[in-house]
Design a protein around this ligand. Structure first.
Ligand code: NDP
Length: 280
């Protein structure tokens, strides 16, 4: 009895996660990637380039963006451009989007990935930091989305939102960051249903990532956790695939789907699941 139930679940899961990605679906696609001067965003820019997409990347550091664009062109991007923007400035999402429209003349994928700087520490009462982080990690996403939705409707395009396991499993030391990711999951989860009700052509994919070995993440979590970090390039590819195949929610690494499932069934196990995080 139990065995056949387990096999049924395994078969359903394998079916659900079968790789249906067709690289042709992103060849020539017009893509805007935020937070692409480093980390996962940079790796996504390289993958899209290998698939022959046309990309605009954005972040604050111009020199880094320039280097990423050069590499994208070498890797085979049909077009690659950058525009600087600071997402803590409420005027910049619109500016970045306008530039993208001027250069690409339309959009197929809006990839929202940037995050503002935050410390890994016990919350020290600094609520004002949460407010500014909300602008960068959340409100700017909505500003880009508001601008892009009419354009994506005409292209049957997609919004890809890079979120985190902390949006499923609230984690210590990163309360401000966690709150911004919860906000993203809440908003884009609602939007998915609203778009379905409107019979919209636009898809929204929410990506739940575990710990990824980007330089910034590794520098921050040192001394806080012994959890394994997974490669940024693989994480980036899984995000692109989930977006291109219009998955509503996807996990990287895949087994975090089960981490969340177990946490939902047995909420009291949260402290055990998070026991890799220590104060010393
Ligand atoms: P990085 O720190 O490597 O990259 C962040 C990017 O955001 C950089 O390009 C940075 O560029 C840009 N950025 C920072 N502040 C601003 C700002 N004010 N305005 C515009 N751009 C800004 O992060 P990761 O690659 O590690 O993370 C990427 C995504 O993956 C994030 O959404 C993160 O939450 C998610 N994620 C990451 C995990 C990990 O372990 N690494 C785990 C789970 C989720 P610049 O400084 O030039 O502006």
């Amino acid at each position: 009895g139990y065995l056949s139930f387990f096999l049924l679940i395994a078969a359903l899961t394998a079916y659900m996660w079968r790789d249906t990605f067709d690289p042709e679906s992103v060849r020539g696609a017009r893509v805007l990637i935020t937070g692409a001067s480093s980390g996962i965003g940079e790796q996504m820019a390289y993958h899209y380039s290998k698939f022959g997409a046309q990309i605009v990347i954005t972040a604050r550091r111009e020199e880094s963006l320039k280097k990423v664009v050069q590499k994208c062109l070498k890797l085979g991007a049909k077009a690659a451009m950058y525009v600087t923007g600071d997402m803590s400035d409420p005027a910049d999402p619109e500016k970045v989007f306008k530039y993208t429209m001027e250069k690409l003349g339309g959009l197929d994928f809006l990839v929202l990935n940037h995050i503002g700087n935050t410390n890994v520490e016990l919350w020290n009462g600094d609520w004002d930091h949460v407010r500014t982080l909300m602008q960068v990690n959340f409100v700017s996403y909505l500003q880009m989305t508001a601008a892009a939705l009419p354009v994506l409707e005409t292209s049957s395009g997609s919004i890809i939102v890079v979120s985190s396991m902390v949006a499923k499993l609230p984690s210590p030391y990163v309360a401000p960051y966690t709150s911004t990711k919860f906000a993203l999951n809440g908003f884009y989860g609602s939007l998915q249903t609203e778009l379905a009700l409107k019979k919209s052509n636009v898809s929204v994919s929410i990506l739940i990532l575990g710990l990824i070995d980007t330089e910034s993440a590794m520098n921050k979590i040192r001394g806080f956790t012994t959890m394994t970090a997974y490669p940024a390039s693989e994480a980036a590819l899984s995000i692109i695939k989930a977006g291109a195949t219009r998955q509503k929610e996807a996990y990287y690494p895949w087994f975090h789907y089960f981490t969340c499932l177990i946490n939902n069934i047995f909420p009291f196990m949260k402290d055990i699941i998070l026991s890799g995080l220590s104060l010393d």
